[in-house]
Structure formats: structure tokens, C-alpha cells
Design a protein around this ligand. Structure first.
Ligand SMILES: [Zn+2]
Length: 253
């Protein structure tokens, strides 16, 4: 499968058709009604997707921000949902699609067996359940929807992903939590934010301009766990004297 840009944070989601790495990227979803139909079939699990591809939806998880991008069996983008921190206690608005949700590793294990759909939940009880409608999505640990484990909000894909489209708070969250280089561009110049673990439980934050020249624009050393994002986002790192906070709409990810 090709490379898809996360509509929320711009990160490139790569998926090659086989489970890889330590975290699953692809997830597979079908509604419970479709699944009940499959349970009547004598097809073994490895054939379900081939013979009934229209019943399955794929959800690719962004490793950086946790957004799920849904694709139908024709691989059309049919919507994306990004995680929310504060769970809503209100019940979900009907109507919503509901059904089992497997990650790629689980689905790979299931489809390596010769069991039928009717045997899947007994032999592989560790699956999760998903509900989604036009505005939100929730993940559950049980089919009765009593154990909500994650909530997401649907968002409209912007033409360009910038700090402003994802919000400055969401950008700060990525800076805080994502432990890899974060690249962005401002007025056609690229920048990289690098977090380095150094001795004494400290972290060094560096912002370089230009991937080749590595012109140092910002550097700070903080205790591990300390929030460095306000200082970084308010520092006047750009040639025109602006900070990330001041230039949000022009910072593309
Ligand atoms: Zn993302």
C-alpha cells in the first residue's frame, strides 16, 4: 500500500501489507451485522477478506498522534478520527456503526488458522470493539460497550496540515510525547526538532534550520518530564523574528 499523510499531524503513514515493527499500523473493522453474516459461512478465516472484501474497513493508525484514518475496501479515504483526552460521559448519538476491531497482529494470527468466523471470538477473545458515527468514535474492551478505552473526534481533513489546523496544544502534545525527530517547514525552509536523552536524567531540545546545514536555531536542556513546550513555542526561532506560537498558520507539517 502507498504512503498516506495523516490529515491531523501530517506524519507519513506507511503500510506494506504485513504486520511489522512493534506497534500495529493497520486495523480492521467490520460491523456486527456483517460479521453475523460471515458467521453463517463455512469459509475459513483466511478467506473471509478475499471473498467478502466489501464487508471490511481498514483503519490506519498514525504512530505520532494516534489518529485513525479509515479506508474502504477500494482504499478510498472515508474519514478520520483523532484522540480526545477528556472522555464524554454522554452516550453516543445513534445511528452508529458498531462491530469488532482487530489490529493487524491479531488479524494476522486469526487468518493464519483454519477456523471459521463462528469460532473466532471463542478462540481469540482479545479483540476490541468499535463504534463510530459522523462525529465521533469510541473503542471498547467489550461487546456490551461498558468498558470504553478510548474516544476520538471526527475531523475534516485540511488542505494543508499546519500547527493552526491541529491547534497549538495538539502540536505541543506531539512535541512532548513523540520521541522521534519532528520536521516542519516555514516559508519554504525546513526545520527539525530533536530531543536527545543526555546524562543525569536530562533532555536536550534542539531546533535546526535546514536538514543538510543544521543551522542551530534553539537549544535547551531540561529535566526529563519537565514541560519544555511553552519555552520552545515562544522562542523567536524564525528569521523574521516570529515564534512557532506566532506563526502557527504558516508552519506546515
Ligand atoms: Zn498523525
Amino acid at each position: 500500500m502507498a504512503v498516506l499523510g495523516c490529515g491531523f499531524c501530517g506524519y507519513q503513514i506507511r503500510y506494506h501489507g504485513e504486520p511489522e515493527g512493534t506497534e500495529p499500523v493497520e486495523h480492521i473493522f467490520t460491523t456486527i451485522n456483517n460479521w453475523r453474516g460471515l458467521e453463517k459461512s463455512t469459509l475459513t478465516a483466511d478467506w473471509l477478506e478475499n471473498e467478502h472484501e466489501e464487508f471490511f474497513t481498514y483503519a490506519l493508525r498514525c504512530k505520532r498522534c494516534g489518529t485513525f484514518t479509515f479506508l474502504n475496501y477500494l482504499l478510498d479515504n472515508i474519514g478520520a478520527y483523532t484522540p480526545v483526552e477528556n472522555f464524554s460521559a454522554a452516550p453516543m448519538q445513534e445511528p452508529f456503526d458498531f462491530g469488532p476491531f482487530w489490529d493487524d497482529f491479531q488479524w494476522f494470527d486469526i487468518t493464519e488458522t483454519d477456523i471459521t468466523a463462528a469460532e473466532v471470538f471463542t478462540k481469540f477473545p482479545g479483540n476490541r470493539w468499535l463504534a463510530k458515527n459522523e462525529t465521533e468514535m469510541r473503542l471498547y474492551g467489550d461487546a456490551a460497550r461498558t468498558k470504553c478505552i478510548a474516544q476520538f473526534v471526527r475531523f475534516r481533513r485540511p488542505a494543508k496540515v499546519t500547527v493552526a489546523t491541529m491547534t497549538l496544544d495538539a502540536f505541543k502534545k506531539i512535541l512532548r510525547e513523540y520521541n522521534d525527530e519532528i520536521d516542519f517547514s516555514y516559508k519554504k525552509t525546513c526545520y527539525e526538532v530533536i530531543k536527545e536523552q543526555i546524562d543525569g536524567g536530562k533532555i536536550k531540545i534542539i531546533v535546526n534550520e535546514d536538514f543538510d546545514l543544521h543551522i542551530l536555531k534553539y537549544s535547551a536542556t531540561v529535566d526529563a518530564g519537565a514541560d519544555f513546550t511553552d519555552d520552545l513555542c515562544n522562542a523567536k526561532i524564525f528569521p523574521d523574528g516570529k515564534s512557532i506560537a506566532e506563526a502557527q498558520a504558516e508552519i506546515e507539517l
